[in-house]
Write a protein that binds this ligand. Structure first.
Ligand code: SPD
Length: 357
């Protein structure tokens, strides 16, 4: 009998330990529980003081994880097994996530502060009526460059990147849509083109850029350009703002052939566990003073018009980072071109990368 009791006690202790360990591991791996909020965001994309402030105000513990591309973020959510309460995909990825039924519709009876958002960033094709997404930051893809390293060379267009004098002088952000989109625009095509002849021409044109490309890089592009390792880079505008903060010699241009206008948005994945906390976070981020502080810290452009009123006038008057509708109306969001076409873009990008080896 004693042995039976001992065995039972051992089993109970083992089970308790197991439950404790699973809970611990789950928290570390991005699983939410009662009073936690698990956020999946791009790297360097929030003021950490705001996370502390949110935790202090609400008593909710934030578990914060980062990704470096829409594709990596979506794959993780698609695979399942995580319970992110908030994720921050870009426009075309939101359309894909809606198609794949990965998102919860936003319950606007729980949202406070939508009126703060500039209408330009609402009701866009990737999510009509913002049924699933709330704007967080926006920007363009363009060229950051260092005039001191370029003599009297003017940089105004994508085609300037092909200048033979720029041998080994360009860093490119590591994104198929960004790089192929840039080459499409340089030829006067839409950056959402799925036309085979246009894509073939684009592939050829892109390969002829390779002598000028020093490297295709991830987040380190900011450090490399700020350290003057090359004269130019294809970057997101917010990264350009950060680079220019580090090294005032650089500047940024929205190329004259047109480019990508993008927005990153807060969404609630279907597998979220703490939906109430997700709404608390959304409402927190929609507050003008919070959005202004976040934009000041991160350097990207806020879509929160009420926040812009609280920001430094010089920052929001800078048309390189806050272009008006006269400019943004001419730019294109990436659209969801579908898996097969995306594979073609990836192939073009891969062939381009291989041509440099
Ligand atoms: N370091 C944060 C980077 C966020 C950039 N998002 C831009 C996506 C454009 N498709």
């Amino acid at each position: 009998m004693k042995n039976l009791v001992r065995a039972l006690v051992a089993i109970i202790i083992t089970c308790a330990l197991l439950i404790f360990s699973i809970d611990y591991l789950n928290k570390a791996e991005g699983y939410s529980s009662d009073n936690t909020l698990t956020i999946f965001n791009w790297g360097d994309y929030i003021d950490p003081d705001l996370i502390d402030q949110f935790e202090d105000e609400t008593g909710i513990k934030v578990i914060y994880q980062t990704f470096d591309s829409n594709e990596a973020m979506m794959t993780k959510i698609e695979q399942g097994g995580t319970t992110y309460d908030i994720a921050v995909p870009s426009d075309y990825t939101i359309a894909k996530m809606i198609d794949e039924d990965l998102l919860l519709p936003i319950d606007y009876s729980k949202v406070v502060g939508m009126e703060n958002i500039d209408k330009r960033f609402l009701d866009i094709e990737f999510d009509p009526n913002n049924e699933y997404s709330i704007p967080y930051f926006w920007g363009t893809v363009g060229i950051v460059y260092n005039p001191d390293l370029l003599g009297d060379m003017e940089i105004t267009s994508w085609n300037d990147l092909w200048n033979p004098e720029l041998e080994n002088q360009i860093f490119l952000a590591d994104g198929a849509r960004e790089v192929v989109g840039m080459a499409l625009n340089s030829l006067g095509f839409s950056l959402n083109s799925i036309d085979s002849a246009e894509l073939a021409a684009t592939s050829g044109k892109l390969q002829s850029l390779m002598p000028n490309v020093k490297a295709i890089v991830g987040d380190e592009i900011k450090m490399l350009l700020a350290n003057e390792e090359a004269a130019l880079g294809l970057v997101w505008s917010g990264d350009a703002a950060e680079i220019m903060y580090e090294n005032e010699a650089l500047t940024y241009v929205i190329p004259e052939e047109g480019t990508n206008l993008w927005s990153d948005n807060l969404v609630i994945p279907k597998t979220a566990k703490n939906i109430d906390a997700a709404y608390e976070f959304i409402n927190f981020m929609l507050r003008p003073e919070v959005a202004a502080q976040n934009a000041d810290y991160v350097g990207y452009s806020t879509p929160n018009a009420a926040a812009m009123e609280l920001m430094d006038e010089e920052v929001i008057a800078d048309e390189r980072f806050y272009p008006g509708p006269d400019i943004t109306d001419e730019l294109e969001f990436y659209t969801n071109i579908g898996k097969a076409n995306l594979a073609k873009y990836n192939d073009i990008f891969l062939e381009f990368k291989m041509s440099g080896q």
